[in-house]
Design a protein around this ligand. Structure first.
Ligand code: FAD
Ligand code: PHB
Length: 389
């Protein structure tokens, strides 16, 4: 088989890149090692920046998000038992949309099927060849048979654990990493959200987040130990712990119910530099991870793919490699801004094991400053709604 761009991974990065390329007549094939059902079963991000929404619109995959997504003009930060509102619209003129990653994935998959573009699910043992030479190729196994795709370029959109980044010789790549000593225990439940807007909570017992997927479906998270096993958290234990961390009004009005999904996510900051190796380009979680506190992971995957699709389309239209040469630096400039914001939000709102009483007071003082200073609130809002591309 031959294609222009072989894309590894059918997460949001791979699917969006596939559609952006397809729209401009660039032929591509996606290889995904899981089944479509498995990919759709993963509950992850929920906050969509306007730039990401615009990209979905460009590929004609925004209709359901526009009708079912929830537009949020602001968010609440809760500490010391009181909630404080950050008004995104007033501070920046911009808003975010709350719409699940699962739904975005479903919408993109449907678009791809309608377009007749090829996605090979359950492609195992994917391996990359000669991306620093003249004949890049990708091999995989499907139904017990070995297959090979010849291509001009490979896009590594296969997430943090994927094969693409791991195929690069260690001496050619520099990584930066922080693993946080806690995780997020998240549940999804068929209950109305406790508040119309998200509530980010800093509490002595640990961080909590009240989010949602629709007016009847809630997503809640609490900071937990990385040693915790999801089995040890019954639904009752989860709700009790969440209520302890909320303000009185939220704790007394929250509607609880059985969880329909429950999982623990580790928190990590990670960047691999550069994001290009010959004809291999990394995008999304394959190149970088942010802790979810800033709601940036999926949005960064979208901005990478925007830069990469522009550069590839430019190459095929003008045979100029200039934009491809600039891809890594352009994407990384945005990545580091999101890394800073996500690290800062994480440090501001979590109980940091080993923090001294002084450091705890500084965290509170910083929160007080944040909600009382318009400049500080605006800085948060500008980063949260998304910096321009
Ligand atoms: P992924 O979504 O990871 O997609 C990569 C795809 O590649 C997957 O489908 C995978 O199966 C496939 N793949 C992997 N290896 C191979 C291989 N060898 N061959 C072929 N295919 C392969 N972000 C937020 O903003 N808010 C959140 O609440 C949030 N929660 C998260 C919870 C968890 C548990 C995780 C892991 C991430 C979370 N994120 C969150 C981050 C966000 O979901 C990611 O940033 C986003 O999914 C990145 O998209 P991606 O396409 O780059 O990678
Ligand atoms: C979510 O709804 O899953 C969500 C929202 C905001 C975050 C992280 C996760 O910062």
């Amino acid at each position: 088989m031959r294609t222009q761009v072989a894309i590894i991974g059918a997460g949001p990065a791979g699917l969006l890149l596939g559609q952006l390329l397809h729209k401009h007549g660039v032929d591509n094939v996606i290889l995904e090692n899981r089944s479509a059902e498995y990919v759709l079963g993963r509950i992850r991000a929920g906050v969509i920046e306007q730039g990401t929404a615009d990209l979905l619109d460009q590929v004609g995959a925004a209709a359901r998000m526009q009708s079912e997504g929830l537009v949020h003009d602001g968010t609440e930060i809760c500490f010391g038992g009181a909630r404080h509102r950050i008004d995104f619209r007033a501070l920046t003129g911009k808003v975010v949309t709350v719409y699940g990653q699962t739904e975005i994935t479903r919408d993109l998959m449907e678009k791809r099927t309608v377009a007749g573009a090829k996605t090979i699910y359950e492609a195992t043992d994917v391996s990359l060849y000669d991306f620093d030479g003249a004949k890049p190729r990708v091999r995989y196994r499907k139904d017990g048979k070995q297959h090979e795709i010849e291509c001009d370029f490979i896009a590594g959109c296969d997430g943090y654990h994927g094969v693409s980044r791991q195929s690069v010789p260690a001496k050619s790549i520099q990584s930066y990493e922080r693993v946080y000593p806690f995780g997020w225990l998240g549940i999804l439940s068929e209950t109305p959200p406790v508040s119309e807007e998200l509530i980010y909570v800093r509490h002595e017992r640990g961080f909590a987040l009240c989010s949602m997927r629709s007016p009847t479906r809630s997503r809640y998270y609490i900071q937990c130990s990385i040693e915790d096993d999801v089995e040890q958290w019954s639904d009752d234990c989860f709700w009790d712990e969440l209520k302890r961390r909320l303000d009185e009004e939220a704790a007394s009005t929250i509607v609880t119910g059985p969880s329909i999904e429950k999982s623990i996510a580790p928190l990590r900051s990670f960047v691999a530099e550069p994001m290009r190796f010959g004809s291999l380009f990394l995008a999304g979680d394959a190149a970088h991870i942010v802790p979810p506190t800033g709601a940036k992971g999926l949005n960064l995957a979208a901005s990478d793919v925007h830069y990469l699709s522009e550069a590839l389309v430019d190459f095929y239209q003008s045979r100029s490699a200039g934009a491809l040469d600039r891809y890594s630096a352009r994407a990384l400039a945005r990545v580091w801004k999101a890394e800073r914001f996500s690290w800062w939000m994480t440090s501001l709102l979590h109980r940091l094991p080993g923090a001294s009483p002084f450091e705890e007071r500084m965290q509170l003082a910083e929160l007080e400053y944040l909600v009382s200073s318009e400049a500080a609130s605006r800085a948060l809002a500008e980063n949260y709604v998304g910096l321009p591309y």
